[in-house]
Design a protein around this ligand. Structure first.
Ligand code: PGA
Length: 264
């Protein structure tokens, strides 16, 4: 059993799935499934596509659902001539609480650099939202024994120079790229090794108090069968879920599995 100094987070990254009508049904269904006890010790976040955000926000507020709103990405600037981008100011106005920053799909498919991850993270903090900063290595980097060097580099570039309170407020997600959408999750022990290492880097960057405060998530093929194993580890404080977060029943099972590890 984990004692739970840090409140765990279960975040659902929908990626480019569910239009706003489907989003409405999914979140309403999720809200009906979650009992107060399920969310007493767990923070639940959904990260729908941009076009769904207003619909989901209205639903969450209107029905007082115990679910926080997240986005999957945003611009690093507040406004300007940036065709196709979405401003963090606009997200904050929609009561968005969390923003995923530097997901490997943004890094790999859209060529988001470590520097852009850093400036986007600052934009999220500037607008009083919580960044969920993603780091992770490829299968090849792992094979070559480069995991720590790669993720430490990503983390340092993202957070170097932030104030200790800003670091403490951030969420860090370890998402090995080979585990995303593959059905081949990391073992809980391997994920703990990496999370412990990341916490030591965070402590180096922001000091002991900040390093201990940061919630570190594991992501990559998480489901109801393995979620509890991850959060039972001392340095893993939740999960970032892709595919299994699209279905209300599967996502609720994951939330309950995580909560059961934290219940006193
Ligand atoms: P997955 O995705 O759960 O479908 O592996 C995780 C993610 O990319 O955040």
């Amino acid at each position: 059993m984990t004692t739970g100094r840090r409140r765990p987070l279960v975040s659902g990254n929908w990626k480019m799935n569910h239009d706003h009508i489907e989003a409405l049904h999914m979140v309403r269904d999720l809200g009906l499934r979650l009992k107060p006890a399920d969310v007493a010790d767990v923070t639940v976040v959904v990260h729908p596509p941009f076009t769904d955000l207003r619909t989901v926000q209205t639903l969450i507020e209107g029905e007082s659902l115990p679910i926080s709103l997240g986005a999957q990405h945003c611009s690093d600037l507040d406004s300007g001539a940036l065709t196709g981008e979405v401003s963090p100011v606009m997200l904050a106005r929609l009561a968005t609480s969390y923003v995923i920053v530097g997901h490997s799909e943004r890094r790999q498919i859209f060529a988001m650099s470590d520097e852009c991850v850093a400036s986007t993270l600052r934009a999220v903090l500037r607008n009083k939202m919580i960044p969920v900063c993603c780091v992770g290595e490829t299968a090849e980097e792992r094979r070559d024994g480069k995991t720590e060097a790669v993720i430490a580099g990503q983390l340092r570039t993202a957070m170097e120079g932030l104030a200790a309170e800003e670091i403490a407020n951030a969420v860090l997600a370890y998402e090995p790229i080979w585990a995303i959408g593959s059905g081949d999750a990391a073992s809980a022990l391997d994920a703990q090794d990496v999370a412990g290492f990341l916490r030591s880097v965070l402590t180096d960057l922001g000091g002991e108090v900040a390093g201990e405060a940061v919630r570190i998530l594991y992501g990559g093929s998480v489901d109801a069968g393995n979620a509890a194993d991850f959060v039972a580890e001392p340095d893993i404080d939740g999960v970032l879920v892709g595919g299994a977060s699209l279905d209300a029943s599967r996502f609720a099972d994951i939330i309950r599995a995580v909560g059961s590890c934290y219940r006193s």
